[in-house]
Design a protein around this ligand. Sequence first.
Ligand code: SAH
Length: 367
Amino acid sequence: MTTESKVNLLGLNREEMGAFFTTIGEKAFRATQVLKWLHQYGVDNFDAMTNLSKSLRDRLQEVAEIRVPEVIMDQKSDDGTRKWLFRLDDGNAIETVFIPDKERGTLCVSSQVGCALDCSFCSTAQQGFNRNLSSAEIVSQLWLANQLLGREPNGDRVVTNVVFMGMGEPLLNFDAVTSAMDIMMEDFAYALSKRRVTLSTSGVVPALNRLKERSDVALAVSLHAVRDDLRNELVPINRKYPIKELMEACRNYLDRDGRRRITWEYVMLAGVNDSDADAHQLAKLLKGIPSKVNLIPFNPFPNTHYKSSDRETILRFQNILINAGIITITRRTRGEDIDAACGQLAGKVEDRSKRRFRNIEVSHEQI
Ligand code: SAH
């Protein structure tokens, strides 16, 4: 049997793993045993799975695999942030960032090779879009981070939170992303609570509506502008799903039990979206929606004409929101010295031909 036809078990959630074992004529409860070996003990070979019979391990060897990308770069920032470049089977490479902070260890994962959305202030956009990641490739980022950060088999967590804020638009890779999130939250795998897994989107409205039914992870929305004319320019998918529709989808998302609030990401661009009037309008827009605003100082990258707002402007903007009763924080820039900050992830995208969002139909298959 060739590698191509083997199932990479790292990408299967509990249900899919159960179905896999049923198909090979085994009991579905094997699923939980294997999930534990893979994700809690971090094993990368079937022989280590000592509670499976030798014949089952041999069978798995034939039909399945445990395959992770290759680590091609491992950088450590002065502030402790780690950035890895992982090489995928097809030669593309993606970036994953680990951000330690007191009790918390946040892993920022990629969901696609490159990104099709073409946001004007984001360096990933300049790489163009190549393809979606598989759920195994998404989960592998967490699996590898645990190895590289030296987590003991079945030991204490080092990654306490996962954010889908790396390369790509997670809602344009719906199935793989939701399966991967299941595995992250699965008790027999990483057992992260739904509040500690955050999906960040630029606002793919139909997929957001679908997410509401499928998952209950925390949601972050990349807003960046309060007027359609400006948001069309900064986040071009706004032309398809304008602010009003986005806000309505976000309100609906919060309608379900246990969803506390939405985090709004707002990149601070000097002279573009950082006026007092913008702040007041933002407060108005968020009225009645349980919210937290993350102001992100713009992180520069080569060939950009944007500049970050200065400290004073950011503080003023923040105070207007706080005075309007909205929890607002300014995100500390982390890992800047290794280009690991928001919007600086570039990876290595082999085929950039599909670079523009305008040329990509957001079809219902995709969402
Ligand atoms: N496509 C998803 C996931 C990417 S998240 C989304 O748009 O939400 C990456 C976050 O970093 C987004 O909020 C993005 O808008 C922000 N970002 C992108 N480029 C940036 C830059 N140069 N400086 C600061 N933040 C940036």
